[in-house]
Design a protein around this ligand. Structure first.
Ligand SMILES: C[S@@+](CC[C@H](N)C(=O)[O-])C[C@H]1O[C@@H](n2cnc3c(N)ncnc32)[C@H](O)[C@@H]1O
Length: 653
């Protein structure tokens, strides 16, 4: 992506549309007023045509519409496969065959499934009927998702069978187009291609690009044989992937009576990449995500091991593989969880990405509705361009990263520009336009938990493995201490210990284990929140009266406690209030890419000047306005309307 003004950016993404958002730029920019544009997209309804403008469209909402209908079907089909992976595969293959007979007869022989299982099955017929009128990308998504939901949990988890909905893959392609990818010449790979979420729409776009150049259908099909590559560890998905690509180019197949041999191979991308040249102009992927078992680390190449800190996530390794597979100046587009943006264990990955690529764009998918079926993840679409080896380490100018919010309820929006740091520290990105002024606050970090005189402690009681005696009632046992669970921390900031009945309400702690008992007041925070929770920081004070009553307490492992030291500048009630404020919550979201709340991210958090907050509260100002004063923010961040261009030095925390 070339350096561009917001106007250029907007018109590239959304040509021919009226501007609906005005954004003022900072004083560094030449053009004064910049304009970003908001847009709702519509995908084509029944026919796949992702050429031209269609690739720039994304239907809002991102969430596929047919989710309810899908779940109804799933509950009817589950008893038929009886938890057997083999039966799940049979059911899907039979459905694919029936669908081909009904709608893609020239593919029927290729997709024939001889096994007698599910022959003449009404359920298969009905499923095929449900899929038949859908556009190909939709039916591909639903059939793959059905497969993923019918196989055993273990297979699903091991392979991370969660598929990118068409609305999101279309966005990925739009970003590539905007970056200048030439679809008529580029070679593409998806190293975890699943149900062709990317390869199928790409086939359509490539076909259209070639057709615009007057290339014949036969040559187009031949071109696809050499320019579209997919790998996947799951054999059935490889088969589905090919089938869906053929369905997209079915008109060309019909015209030529030629079915191309697609380069979709079954295998482990982590080993296949070692044999493969870095000759792909574009690498697209929604990598599998799960922890890599420690014993498997030894199997990784040295290059991949180098980005592992602690127990790495497979998706981080896939991200480095994706960069490796790309040509110099090649493009890499990735749909991933947002945890890599800030998680401490992703530090070497961030460093590698910042060194080897230009981070052109990050689209943050808004939280409200699930983008994937059965996944609670915050999602980012990251577009990178590989830096040629000889340009590394030179003083070449790094361009800023465009940060977009894309979502199910809001139109896509350019929220600001940011610079990613090169030292591996967290990528602090604005989540909404009003966040842009907050980035300066984050960078300043005049006050932190440490300067407030607080230290963090994670609850040490792990229910599933802790052998200590627990009980519902204390029964005057002197060494039974209250056990604080995350559910005791109310969303509204109330401490609900005494209201909530719990079978493990108290835990008996032997004298020799006294270290696990907390004997000071504290702020208790939920360590894990849900994607849809209104707040990421759900905090409550555990007051001195509680400590006095029970003589101490113990924390369950999903709670983090902030304990005052002798240098504490405010009491736990005020700190809990500050953490629960809108401004602090939004600041936290800018540094935290996940639903969990870690001690390291809390330590990074910039807090308001406590003396200023106290003085403002003494004047009877609201907590929100006291906090904004404490941050020297003139107005409430939520009042900000124009998106300001962020100076690079402001954006780096
Ligand atoms: C999150 S899904 C995404 C699939 C598809 N690209 C999409 O976006 O819908 C991850 C895919 O990676 C595949 N996979 C998992 N581990 C793999 C590995 N080691 N090598 C290649 N593919 C793998 C899974 O079978 C699955 O299809």
């Amino acid at each position: 992506m070339e350096p561009r003004s917001c106007e250029q950016l907007v018109s590239l993404i959304f040509p021919g549309l009226p501007y609906v958002l005005r954004a003022s730029r900072g004083p560094d920019s030449a053009g004064g007023q910049a304009t970003a544009k908001l847009r709702r997209y519509q995908t084509s309804s029944s026919h796949i045509n992702l050429g031209g403008d269609a690739t720039r469209r994304m239907r809002a909402p991102v969430l596929p519409e047919k989710k309810q209908s899908f779940y109804n079907r799933l509950s009817r089909l589950r008893p038929l496969v009886r938890g057997s992976d083999r039966l799940a595969e049979s059911l899907i293959q039979k459905t694919l065959h029936v669908l081909a007979i009904k709608r893609f007869p020239l593919l029927a022989r290729r997709l024939a499934y001889q096994h007698r299982q599910f022959n003449n099955s009404k359920d298969v017929e009905q499923l095929a009927e449900w899929l038949r009128p859908m556009d190909v990308l939709q039916l591909a998504f639903w059939l793959s998702s059905l497969y993923a939901n019918l196989v055993s949990r273990q297979v699903r988890k091991d392979r991370a069978l969660f598929f990118t909905p068409p609305e999101l893959s279309t966005r990925v392609i739009a970003n590539l187009r905007e970056g200048g990818v030439d679809f008529s010449t580029a070679r593409f790979i998806d190293p975890g291609c699943g149900g062709a979420a990317f390869l199928a729409p790409l086939a359509g776009v490539i076909r259209d690009a070639l057709s615009d150049r007057g290339i014949s259908p036969k040559r187009t099909l031949r071109h696809l044989e050499t320019h579209l590559t997919g790998w996947d560890i799951d054999p059935l998905l490889c088969k589905l992937c090919k089938a869906f690509v053929w369905m997209v180019i079915y008109e060309e197949i019909k015209a030529t009576r030629f079915i191309p041999r697609l380069n979709v191979k079954r295998g482990d991308a982590l080993t296949m990449n070692r044999r493969s040249k870095s000759h792909f102009d574009v690498v697209v992927c929604n990598p599998p995500y799960r922890k890599v078992p420690t014993k498997k680390l030894a199997d990784l190449s040295q290059e991949n091991r180098a980005i592992c800190l602690g127990q790495p996530n497979l998706y981080a390794i896939f991200m480095t593989v994706a960069v490796k597979l790309a040509t110099p100046k090649g493009w890499i587009a990735l749909v991933t969880p947002t945890s890599f943006l800030s998680g401490p264990s992703f530090m070497p990955l961030r460093k590698r990405l910042a060194a080897d690529t230009q981070v052109c764009q990050v689209d943050l998918v808004e939280k409200r509705q699930g983008v994937f079926v059965s996944v609670e993840q915050e999602t980012a679409v990251t577009t990178l361009q590989k830096v040629p080896r000889n340009a590394k380490g030179t003083s070449r100018e790094r361009r800023e990263t465009s940060v977009f919010a894309i979502g199910s309820e809001q139109p896509s929006e350019l929220v600001g520009m940011a610079s990613v740091p090169h030292d591996g520290s967290a990528w602090v990105l604005p989540r909404a336009r009003g966040d842009v002024p907050l980035l300066a606050v984050l960078r300043a970090r005049k006050h932190t938990l440490a300067s407030y005189g607080y230290e963090t402690r994670t609850g040490l009681f792990v229910p599933h493995r802790d052998k200590r005696r627990t009980r519902k009632w204390r029964n005057k046992e002197a060494r039974a201490f209250p056990l604080i669970w995350s559910t005791d921390i109310g969303q509204d900031g109330c401490f609900e210990f005494e209201q909530a009945a719990h079978s493990k309400r108290f835990v008996v702690i032997a004298k020799k284990d006294d270290g696990v008992v907390l004997r000071k007041p504290s702020v208790a925070l939920q360590r894990t929140t849900a994607k849809d929770d209104a707040r990421r920081l759900i905090a409550t004070p555990v007051g001195g009266d509680f400590v006095k009553k029970y003589g101490g307490y113990v924390g369950e492992n999903h709670v983090v406690f902030l304990l005052p030291t002798e240098r504490a500048v405010c009491d736990v009630r005020l700190l809990a209030k500050i953490l629960r404020s809108n401004t602090v919550d939004r600041l936290f979201r800018c540094i935290s890419g996940s639903v969990s709340v870690s001690s390291s991210e809390l330590a990074e958090l910039s807090l308001p000047d406590p003396q200023v907050v106290l003085a403002a509260l003494a004047r009877r100002e609201s907590i929100e306005s006291a906090i904004n004063e404490g941050y020297e923010l003139k107005r409430k961040a939520s009042d900000e309307t124009p998106a300001r261009r962020v100076l690079p030095e402001e954006a780096v925390a």
